[in-house]
Design a protein around this ligand. Structure first.
Ligand SMILES: Cc1cc2nc3c(=O)[nH]c(=O)nc-3n(C[C@H](O)[C@H](O)[C@H](O)COP(=O)(O)O)c2cc1C
Length: 343
């Protein structure tokens, strides 16, 4: 960090104090869980660098999660979290695995927490972090006892909602930031934006895309190269072309797989028109189209037919570098912005 900018550094650490106290980290920056990407190496490196890493459980079995948590704990003594998808059929067992390892923070993603899950996590002594898609749901989650919230805009990589980060932040921070720590996510690539959201009342931020090209990240070299080459406009949301066939929007880099998906939707819609397929079967065909596609891109390196989930901040990812350098750069930019702002 810039040694001469003590004013900015001091302002930044004061603004991050609440988020750091909540996470137990040195900086209030979370590396959002990314399926296949956020495993032991990236998570431990993030926490060792002073930030807060989060394991992406995704579709892992309880046994696999158990091994991943143990392996991460072997690589870092710093706190890290575990992200669980609420639709996972073994959610209860996964919560129990986290509890057995004394995981301090559980992030519930992919929908509202099912009955009993908040209580089960809290009973283990862990803190619960949820995603709040709207102000009304944020208030409801706070009433249900969540310890912190993430608000994530549609600039983000992966599954997205319809509203931008800047609008969510303006709508929600003034109403809820005094009640629980709120972490802002989606489209953050530089520290100036972090400073801005902290000024608006955020306790911290969550970034995903910016960390994919960390040296410590195990993603395939093709996946990282695709990030380094891409610009913001290459990170597009998947499009639904037929009202009968729902598509959950996912932001990913444009590739052949995306085009084939559009063609697939047309073909299935035509079969529906011709009564050649039942509605439920047609919808399943669409739902299952991307099954395994993220793994294909991240692990196997098939960036043409796999799903290269990436946010619009991908244009600000220009090289592979150690995660500690990324954090240091973000913190310097944020501190410089805070000094400049008050001048
Ligand atoms: C490749 C990739 C995979 C992701 N997988 C998950 C996931 O499994 N669970 C989740 O809650 N969020 C997931 N996300 C979202 C991130 O955790 C994070 O919130 C998001 O990347 C923040 O926005 P940004 O990409 O603009 O920084 C994923 C994002 C990416 C880019």
């Amino acid at each position: 960090m810039n040694e001469t900018n003590t004013v900015g550094v001091d302002r930044l650490s004061r603004r991050m104090e609440r988020g750091c106290a909540f996470l137990g980290s040195k900086v209030a920056i979370m590396a959002g869980a990314m399926s296949w990407v956020s495993e032991r190496n990236l998570v431990a490196a993030m926490s060792n660098a002073g930030g807060f890493g989060v394991i992406a459980c995704g579709a892992m079995t309880p046994a696999l999660l158990d091994a991943e948590i143990a392996a991460t704990q072997a690589l870092t003594e710093r706190p890290f979290g575990v992200n669980l998808i609420t639709m996972h059929p073994q959610l209860e067992e996964l919560i129990a695995v986290c509890a057995r390892h004394g995981v301090g923070h559980v992030v519930l993603a992919g929908g509202l927490p099912p009955k009993g899950s908040l209580e089960a996590i809290k009973a283990s002594g862990a803190k619960v972090i949820c995603f709040a898609p709207t102000l009304a749901l944020a208030k409801k989650l706070i009433r249900s006892g969540v310890d912190a919230l993430v608000i994530e805009g549609m600039e983000a990589g992966g599954h997205i909602g319809p509203v931008s980060t800047s609008v969510l932040a303006q709508e929600m921070l003034p109403e809820i930031a005094d009640k629980v720590p709120v972490f802002v996510a989606g489209g953050i690539g530089r520290g100036e934006a972090i400073a801005g959201y902290l000024d608006m009342g955020a306790a911290g931020v969550q970034l995903g895309t910016r960390f994919v090209c960390a040296t410590e990240c195990v993603a395939h070299p093709n996946f990282k190269r695709a990030f380094i080459r891409a610009s913001a406009r290459d990170a597009v949301a998947s499009v639904q072309i037929d009202p009968r066939l729902p598509v959950i929007p996912v932001r990913a880099l444009k590739n052949a797989g995306g085009e084939l998906f559009t063609a697939k939707q047309r073909e299935v819609a035509q079969r529906l028109d011709e009564n050649a397929v039942a509605m439920a079967e047609a919808q399943l065909e669409i739902e299952h189209y991307w099954a395994g596609a993220l793994r294909r891109a991240v692990i196997d390196g098939d960036v043409e037919h796999g799903s290269v989930m990436a946010g619009q901040s991908v244009g600000m990812v220009t090289r592979e570098e150690p995660i500690a350098d990324i954090i240091a750069q973000l913190m310097t930019e944020a501190a410089d912005a805070l000094r400049a702002r008050a001048a």
